[in-house]
Design a protein around this ligand. Structure first.
Ligand SMILES: [Zn+2]
Length: 125
C-alpha cells in the first residue's frame, strides 16, 4: 500500500473548503463574524457550538472538544479511515484521473469483439 504523499494531504487541507464540504453534507451553517457555527455532528446539541473557520479551514467544537482539518471532519462524519477520507477528498480535487480508467475499459471491449467476427467468417467459408 503506497502512502499518501504529504503534498496531497496538504493540498486537500488547503484546497477543499470545509465550509463548502459541510454545506454539501446538509449541515446548516450560521455565519458568526468571519467564522461559521454549526450544530456539532459529534455530540447532541440544540445551539451550534462547533465553529468552522474558512480562514484556517479548521473546525473546533466548544461543546465536546472535537476539532481538526477537513480530513478529520470526513473521518468523523463518515466514520472512515484517514486513508479512505483522503481518497474521497482526492477525487474532489480531481487528482485521480478517473477518465484513464474508463478509457481502458473501452479498449478491452473492442478487443473482445474481434474474435467474434473472425468466427463468423470461418462459418461462411
Ligand atoms: Zn461537539
Amino acid at each position: 500500500m503506497a502512502r499518501i504523499a504529504e503534498e496531497v494531504i496538504n493540498k486537500i487541507k488547503s484546497d477543499i473548503s470545509l465550509v463548502r464540504l459541510a454545506e454539501s453534507q446538509g449541515f446548516k451553517l450560521v455565519k458568526q463574524g468571519k467564522d461559521y457555527a454549526v450544530c456539532c455532528p459529534f455530540h447532541e446539541e440544540k445551539t451550534p457550538s462547533c465553529i468552522i473557520s474558512p480562514e484556517s479551514n479548521l473546525f473546533n467544537c466548544f461543546g465536546c472538544g472535537a476539532g481538526g482539518s477537513v480530513i478529520d471532519w470526513v473521518m468523523k462524519t463518515q466514520s472512515v479511515s484517514f486513508r479512505f477520507a483522503c481518497e474521497m477528498l482526492q477525487k474532489d480535487l480531481g487528482v485521480i484521473a478517473e477518465n484513464s480508467t474508463s478509457a481502458r475499459i473501452k479498449n478491452t471491449k473492442t478487443k473482445l469483439a474481434a474474435p467474434l467476427s473472425a468466427d463468423a467468417d470461418s462459418q461462411t467459408a
